[in-house]
Design a protein around this ligand. Structure first.
Ligand code: FES
Length: 179
């Protein structure tokens, strides 16, 4: 005579419960599902990476083709800046500050003030006639903005300056861009 409890249990689990379908005890089948899921997951991750890379590339391309339009402006009165002195100023619509240097009676130069290494502000060293970056001891030529020594690899952005009787004007960029 069969055990009535066992009979009842057999009745109850005649159908495969839902959890048993999701987590089969059949190991080869289980491995197949995992491999398929893994490949699907890998595909999604690759797609994500591809989309991100594409986005960054498109953004960089768009940025490189953007043409800044600068508004010309008066920086200082001619006699406000003594020979050998510098003056830090801002241009409308531009976050990056710039630095104007009076090299001699009629010669003025101006550069973006952010070091091209890691963006520290450069300072004018009158005695050495250089623009010096105190962060990692980089230096730029005070007349050309070219790198003299230190970690920077690119020259400073150079501004176009117009020396007029009533003052010194910024009129655009000669090299590079300010952001
Ligand atoms: S930030 Fe200027 S040398 Fe590093």
């Amino acid at each position: 005579m069969s055990d009535p409890i066992e009979k009842r249990l057999q009745e109850k689990f005649k159908e495969i419960p839902k959890w048993a379908e999701d987590f089969p005890l059949d190991h080869p089948k289980d491995a197949n599902i995992s491999r398929r899921d893994f490949i699907r997951y890998l595909g999604l991750v690759s797609l994500g990476f591809f989309a991100t890379t594409l986005g960054v590339w498109v953004k960089a391309l768009f940025k490189s083709q953007q043409v800044h339009s600068y508004t010309s402006m008066k920086i200082v009165d001619r006699d406000d800046l003594k020979i050998g002195e510098s003056y830090v100023f801002e241009i409308a619509g531009v976050k990056e500050p710039a630095i104007l240097v009076r090299l001699n009676q009629d010669e003025f130069v101006a550069f973006g003030q952010k070091c091209t290494h890691l963006q520290c502000p450069v300072i004018w060293k009158k005695d050495e006639k250089i623009l010096f970056c105190p962060c990692h001891k980089g230096a730029f030529n005070g007349t050309t903005g070219d790198v003299l020594y230190g970690p920077p690899e690119r020259p400073l952005p150079k501004l176009k300056i117009d020396v007029r009787t009533d003052g010194i004007y910024f009129v655009g960029m000669e090299r590079g861009e300010l952001v």
